[in-house]
Design a protein around this ligand. Structure first.
Ligand code: ARG
Length: 247
């Protein structure tokens, strides 16, 4: 059957048209999550996700507009149209996917554990932390929190507002371990942990990270997935990976 007038109207409502008309791509993320999104000395947002957003804006011929937002409110903010897309190291979970659309994953990660050095020799796997005597921390509203509750139900769990708060707790020994995404914990271990912490770097969850968009916009989803495939295969993705993720 030919496209109805309603179909044509719907197609024009794609976020693509709004972005092109505005001349801006507004990207939601939460800085403080190295090496994906962080703030440099001059107050600029930098990292893998920031570069990904900039490449996307370039591909659409519009200006990149960063919107630094609390991760816990990221999905409500997208739905309230505070920005056009989420690029925030967000794990594609089935629960979130019921509320927003996700592109194909742009990277795969998993949970790891940053442990206070005093446990070296006794805590050799995340499983060893499943005991009320251990204080395990993670960030509120993340898959790190979810994984801790699910895989370490007997540990004493404490949640914090920011990644850096979790790291500080482990560094000063108020907490025993921080359960969080692999590349992020790797950066914390390298930059701040050194001999005060060690990393159990074998991921124990499977976490695809993807770009989040509002549901009901197949044209935008199609554009984003084709953009990601192009980026991954023409050398740009590898350069970004080398710059931010090859330690
Ligand atoms: N991958 C984790 C999740 O989806 C944590 C992401 C946190 N992102 C951030 N930009 N702070 O829950």
């Amino acid at each position: 059957a030919p496209a109805s007038a309603a179909d044509i109207e719907l197609a024009k409502k794609s976020t693509i048209n709004e972005i092109l008309k505005r001349g801006e791509l507004r990207v939601g993320f939460d800085a403080g999550y190295p090496p994906f999104e962080m703030t440099d000395k001059n107050g600029n947002f930098i990292g893998f996700d920031i570069d990904l957003g900039k490449e996307l804006a370039k591909a659409m011929g519009v200006k990149y507009v960063p919107v630094n937002t609390d991760f816990d409110g990221m999905i409500p903010s997208l739905l309230a149209d505070k920005f056009d897309i989420i690029i925030s190291g967000m794990t594609l979970t089935q629960e979130r996917n019921l509320k927003v659309g996700f592109t194909d994953p742009y990277i795969i990660m998993g949970q790891t554990v940053l442990v206070n050095a005093k446990h070296k020799g006794t805590v050799a796997s995340y499983k060893d932390l499943n005991d009320p005597k251990f204080i395990v921390v993670s960030r509120m509203g993340t898959t790190g929190e979810e994984a801790t509750k699910r895989f370490l139900p007997k540990a004493t769990y404490k949640s914090f507002e920011k990644e850096v708060d979790c790291v500080v707790e482990v560094l000063n020994g108020r907490a025993d371990a921080f359960v969080y995404d692999l590349p992020v914990n790797e950066v914390f271990q390298r930059q701040q942990g050194q001999d005060k912490t060690y990393l159990l770097a074998e991921p124990f969850t499977f976490e695809p990270m993807a770009i989040g968009v509002k549901q009901g916009d197949p044209d935008f989803m199609n554009f984003l997935n084709n953009f990601l495939r192009q980026l991954k295969n023409d050398g740009r993705y590898e350069r970004m990976y080398d710059k931010w993720l090859r330690s």
